[in-house]
Design a protein around this ligand. Structure first.
Ligand code: PA5
Length: 469
């Protein structure tokens, strides 16, 4: 099986287990059966969703369909190949990539943050500046429709239209199909695309991939435009839990990423979640430490402290997942993403000596993707760096991590380490699934429905009222 070659991510909370300021082994033992009950409830939610039976009012909305989505997609791919959803996603991405060199991904919240996380984590940091061969014939990717910033939209339109008659592609993503930011952006970029195609609507519809719910205004609009390949966001899969649906997979395929490895990674986490006891289960252990730190030690801020560049958008994806899922009924920890060593020089002081309301989780990539750069000896040694000659940038990053962990431990600040073997599709698939399952488990543990976002709906309603009065 290909999966066996995928190294597993690991969660090590040892430095969070400490007297007075951290979690005690007794607390974790007390929590273990409660975590197992919460896991059972999450799996019962999945079974209920799979059964198609009516969902009781207390459980609505129920978006447990994300849990087995990677398995379902992979099984269908194995059985039906090109005819499966994954096969069709890859074919649509290949077709669009062969037609255009620039694609705008329109979407907001859960409808774009996963794609952005994959883009930043798995692609070259200067991807859009590489030439087409260096991009392995994949298009440049831009994100829009996640704001209503006039100047930003103008700048992107200018960029797209500055290439005389060069057509571009649009991937428009909205589950509800009614989110104003995305809908307005689609109208604006559709007009620009129509102009770039010289008004030929037969060309226009070929360059658009809509991804939307089964009944939505966007689906009707895409139908009216003549779009032939419209990808669904399945019922029972909520926006911020949709990274393994076409919402994340179409942009990933357009970037030439290995979507099979991504999904295989996710299935590894699901198996570990279902089968391993607390103490050996990254999902349950992560929830346990976070909960105990919050309830016993007042750690209401959860810092996801990423090391190196490339994982910031992964952190922002998680910020949204946690905040929108559990920030309800006056509850919910505050998620915060940092990038180190950059933010040691901005937030580090407060995290070490400020209010004791934080749990730091280090997100560490074990191996860089590129050959390590080493410090070379120099005749210009005024900076005294010759002492460090031979040390590599990964050595320095590791020393910064070790130094920070030691400083926090000395100050009795609890920390935990989350390791990704590589910054690649297989590791990220495991991580995304781990964080989605953790969020669902924590919701069930504390009696908050992790699905739905009633507060956001209220802002959308009021915004529409103000615009239309
Ligand atoms: O997690 C969620 O459900 C939200 O963040 C949505 O993804 C976001 O509001 C966008 O909604 P839609 O896809 O319906 O445009």
């Amino acid at each position: 099986m290909p999966q066996s070659s995928i190294p597993e991510i690991s969660y090590n909370p040892r430095a969070a287990v400490m007297r007075d300021t951290g979690v005690s082994p007794a607390d974790l033992a007390w929590l273990a059966p409660r975590l197992e009950s919460a896991r059972n409830e999450v799996l019962d939610d999945l079974a209920l969703w799979q059964s198609g039976d009516e969902v009781p009012a207390a459980k609505q909305p129920l978006d447990a369909g994300f849990i087995d989505l990677p398995e379902r997609l992979l099984a269908q791919y194995a059985a039906k190949g090109d005819q499966s959803e994954l096969g069709r996603i890859q074919a649509a991405a290949t077709r669009l990539a062969s037609q255009v060199d620039r694609v705008v991904v329109l979407g907001i919240g859960g409808s774009y943050m996963g794609a952005r996380a994959l883009f930043e984590a798995c692609c070259d940091p200067y991807y859009n500046e590489l030439d087409r061969t260096q991009r392995r014939m994949q298009p440049r990717i831009y994100f829009a429709g996640n704001n209503v910033d006039n100047d930003a939209v103008t700048a992107l339109l200018n960029l797209l239209l500055s290439h005389e008659r060069e057509r571009f592609g649009i991937v428009v993503i909205s589950k509800s199909g009614g989110t104003l930011e995305t809908a307005v952006a689609f109208r604006v970029f559709l007009e620009a695309l129509t102009e770039a195609c010289g008004g030929d609507m037969n060309k226009v519809h070929e360059l658009i991939i809509p991804i939307t719910g089964l009944k939505s205004r966007l689906r009707s609009l895409a139908g009216a435009l003549g779009c032939t390949e419209i990808f669904p966001i399945p019922e029972g899969v909520g926006g911020r839990f949709s990274i393994f649906s076409p919402v994340g997979l179409v942009p990933a395929a357009l970037l030439g990423l290995d979507v099979v490895k991504l999904l295989e990674g996710a299935t590894i986490t699901t198996k570990r979640f279902c089968n391993s006891p607390p103490g050996e289960n990254p999902v349950l252990d992560y929830v346990g430490i976070c909960r105990m730190m919050e309830t016993r030690r007042g750690a209401t801020t959860r810092v996801l402290s990423t090391w190196g560049e490339g994982l910031e958008a992964v952190g922002l994806w998680y910020d949204q997942l946690l905040a929108e899922s559990l920030g309800k009924d006056g509850q919910g920890a505050l998620p915060l993403t940092t990038v180190n060593t950059r933010d040691l020089h901005s937030r580090g002081q407060q995290h070490q000596d400020g209010r004791r309301d934080k749990l730091i989780t280090n997100l560490i990539v074990d191996r860089p993707r590129r050959e390590p750069i080493a410090i070379k000896p120099s005749t210009l040694n005024q900076d005294l760096l010759n002492d460090l000659s031979g040390k590599t940038l990964p050595d320095i990053l590791q020393a910064a991590l070790n130094g920070t962990n030691k400083a926090y431990a000395d100050a009795r600040r609890p920390t935990a380490d989350l390791h990704l073997p590589r910054r690649d599709e297989a590791s990220l698939g495991q991580l995304f699934q781990m964080l989605m399952l953790s969020t669902a488990v924590e919701g069930r543990l504390v009696g908050i429905n992790p699905y739905g976002q009633p507060g956001v709906e209220a802002y959308k309603k009021h915004m529409n009222e103000f615009l239309r009065k």
